[in-house]
Ligand binder design. Structure first.
Ligand code: 6R9
Length: 655
């Protein structure tokens, strides 16, 4: 058996290196001994309630949890506002002029917003939204690059109780349109463009294309456009407005809406096992409690830290650990617009040295790319300000972990390998850097208050040190998803049906070793993880099939040394169409256009047939055996048992 990155599990579990927190780190850490685990276990609801008490509420809750599996409600009757917790409460004390966001554009321009600056901007943009007719409960779509207006717009939505739906700026017009339609969103915030590898990405033109696709399907009342690059952009009078013009005339203050703890804070689309992305719904009180607590303990956030998470805010990692978690904690957050290898491969290390960053959070795929570039790039810079490193998004292989530890952490920084998902809202399995002895490749233990297990198909726990099984979460937690937007049935079926309505099924394989440490092995469903981005095989398959030359397609994930996994497509062409390098390139481009460049297949093979069961189900397992060079599994249930062998030969003969 192998995990998603092709690592044999046995080799992983032979990993014997151990890293204890340095005494100097432990001495000033928030958590210094293991007693927090037992305390939380004795009374999980009390544990979470104590965290919620560290937030600011207009009205305290009267009940911590109501659990009608699979529906949980947290902090019932409580009223609060996320923007008050991330901004207002910091401006009343010594953090007023502390840097909240230090932003660096790709061309090298910079902006620093103090908490007071952020307060003014969020208030003004909240007034702008109100002036455009946005009401409590309206979904506002935000299609912005990594510029300060993105967190400002999110917090402004939160202030007036309008849930935001941020769509990653790397997504295509089609992807934006389908998300706006699904969300029933009548408002869009975007920018003229942004910088990526020295070029201007014409975001407004992409947004316009999406709006064209929406014509007749979804009314869009207003589009607010941030001027980032200053290049000429098309403007539709009446509908499009400039951000800076609206801000100039806006009311200075906008009182925050008192939101119910269970009111929706935002939705975030993520890929599932079907072609249609699902809008994961997060609410206000529980989500904020979860990200606040985990940011403080997992990153051991101290008042003087300078924190940089390299993710894009368009993903859940950016929502929870650039915006809501760190700002709720009053942290100084660094935000970078562009590519990590621009203008040179040392850009992250330039940024760390320049701002004296103390906490750095990135993904294994980035670490593997840094390692491939070589240690000379970090070596050019003084990285001695760093004291803690984090990893998220996919399993980290021990070699990448060791490289990170040595070449970025200088051998002195604890590494927190954090397992969680869009759906979990906050970190679930992770070391606590002041107490946990880490093992390269293991996310170690569930965060206090979280109850996780590894179960077999029947729901029996797989004993520690035995085989692999499925990761499971056995009890509700505050930042858990509350549903899938508009699809109750899918919520129940996807997450709460494998074993019972009260056990959450994340879709990851995992193992527990003799010390009780968790080793997350990657997805067990038709979801792949390409450079830390979640993609569904079905989504890519439907993109391929949407090309006129394609009759049928099967997509699987092949192991890749840097990206972890890459999509590989097996395609049956329409009669009369001929495969070849040109069509292969065209199909790759087509997928990049329909979904996003991150979904572009690494290879597209033209095949005469696909391995199918008698009932017509494509057996992707056999295709995986082929690309991973394994002995072909059981083919007896196939309609045509010879197909896999034919494909194997084709795969081996085509470069
Ligand atoms: C936060 C985020 C979730 C999926 C998840 C799993 C993989 C994330 C991981 C990890 C092993 C880790 N994953 N962190 N696997 N170790 N530390 O990435 O959310 O985009 O929803 O992806 O990512 O497979 O199920 P999301």
């Amino acid at each position: 058996m192998a995990d998603a990155a092709g690592r044999p599990i046995d080799a992983l579990l032979r990993e014997e290196r151990r890293f204890a927190p340095p005494e100097s780190f432990r001495a000033r850490a928030h958590v210094r001994d293991e007693s927090v685990y037992e305390e939380a276990e004795r009374d999980p609801e009390g544990f979470w309630a104590r965290w919620a008490e560290e937030l600011e509420w207009f009205q305290k809750w009267d009940r911590v949890l109501e659990w009608n599996p699979p529906h949980a409600r947290w902090f019932l009757g409580g009223k609060l506002n996320a923007s008050v917790n991330c901004v207002d409460r910091h401006i009343r004390g010594p953090r007023r002029n502390k840097a909240a966001i230090i932003w660096e554009g790709e061309p090298g321009d910079t902006r620093t917003l103090t908490y007071y600056d952020l307060y003014r901007e969020v208030n003004k943009f909240a007034s702008v939204l109100k002036g455009l007719g946005v009401k409590k409960g309206d979904r506002v779509t935000i299609y912005l690059p990594m510029i300060p207006e993105l967190p400002i717009a999110m917090l402004a939505c939160a202030r007036i109780g309008a849930p935001h739906s941020v769509v990653f700026a790397g997504f295509s017009p089609q992807a934006l349109a389908s998300r706006m339609e699904d969300a029933g969103s009548r408002f869009l915030v975007t920018s003229d463009g942004f910088y990526r590898r020295g070029k201007v990405v014409p975001l407004k033109a992409q947004a316009d294309e999406a709006l064209k696709l929406l014509a007749g399907k979804q009314d869009v009342e207003a589009v607010v456009v941030v001027r980032r690059t200053g290049h000429e952009v098309p403007f539709t009078p009446g509908r499009d407005r400039w951000w800076h013009e609206l801000m100039e005339q806006a009311e200075r203050l906008c009182p925050p809406e008192a939101m119910d703890a269970e009111d929706m804070l935002f939705m975030m689309y993520t890929s599932g096992t079907t072609g249609r992305p699902k809008g994961i719904v997060h609410t206000t009180g529980g989500y904020l409690t979860g990200v606040y607590a985990t940011t403080k303990w997992v990153f051991d956030l101290q008042e003087d830290d300078v924190y940089w998470c390299m993710a894009d805010i368009g993903w859940i990692t950016g929502h929870s650990y650039i915006v809501y978690g760190p700002l709720a904690n009053g942290a100084t957050v660094v935000m970078y617009e562009g590519a990590p290898d621009w203008p040179d491969k040392d850009r992250p290390w330039v940024i760390i040295e320049k701002y004296g960053i103390t906490i750095f959070y990135t993904a294994p795929t980035a670490i593997r790319a840094f390692a491939a570039d070589g240690p000379e790039y970090p070596r050019r810079h003084d990285l001695s300000s760093l004291r803690l490193l984090g990893s998220v998004g996919e399993p980290i292989n021990p070699e990448a972990w060791m490289w990170y530890h040595e070449h970025i952490g200088g051998g002195r920084c604890p590494i927190v390998d954090t397992w969680w998902q869009t759906e979990t809202g906050a970190i679930m399995i992770t070391p606590l850097p002041g107490v946990t002895v880490t093992k390269p490749g293991s996310a170690t233990r569930p965060f206090p208050g979280i109850k996780a297990a590894v179960l077999d198909d029947q729901g029996n726990p797989v004993p520690p040190g035995q085989g692999g099984g499925y990761l499971a979460i056995l009890r509700p937690w505050p930042s858990m998803l509350r549903g899938i937007w508009g699809d109750e049935e899918r919520y129940v079926n996807t997450y709460w049906s494998k074993w019972g309505r009260d056990v959450y099924y994340p879709g990851d394989g995992a193992k527990i070793d003799e010390d009780g440490y968790f080793w997350v092995l990657g997805r067990v469903d038709d979801v792949m993880n390409v450079a830390g981005h979640r993609l569904s095989t079905m989504e890519i398959e439907s993109a391929l099939v949407s090309h006129p030359a394609v009759a049928e397609a099967a997509v699987i994930a092949a192991p890749h040394p840097v990206k972890g996994q890459v999509p590989v497509g097996f395609v049956i062409l329409e009669a009369g169409r001929q495969g070849g390098p040109e069509l292969e390139a065209e199909l790759k481009e087509h997928v990049a256009k329909v979904i996003s460049p991150i979904a572009r297949p690494d290879r597209v093979l033209f095949v005469p047939d696909l391995p199918k069961t008698r009932s017509g189900k494509i057996m992707r397992r056999l295709l995986r055996d082929i690309v991973e060079g394994r002995q072909l599994g059981d083919t007896t249930t196939l309609r045509d048992p010879d197909v896999p062998e034919q494909l194997r030969q084709m795969y081996a003969s085509q470069p």
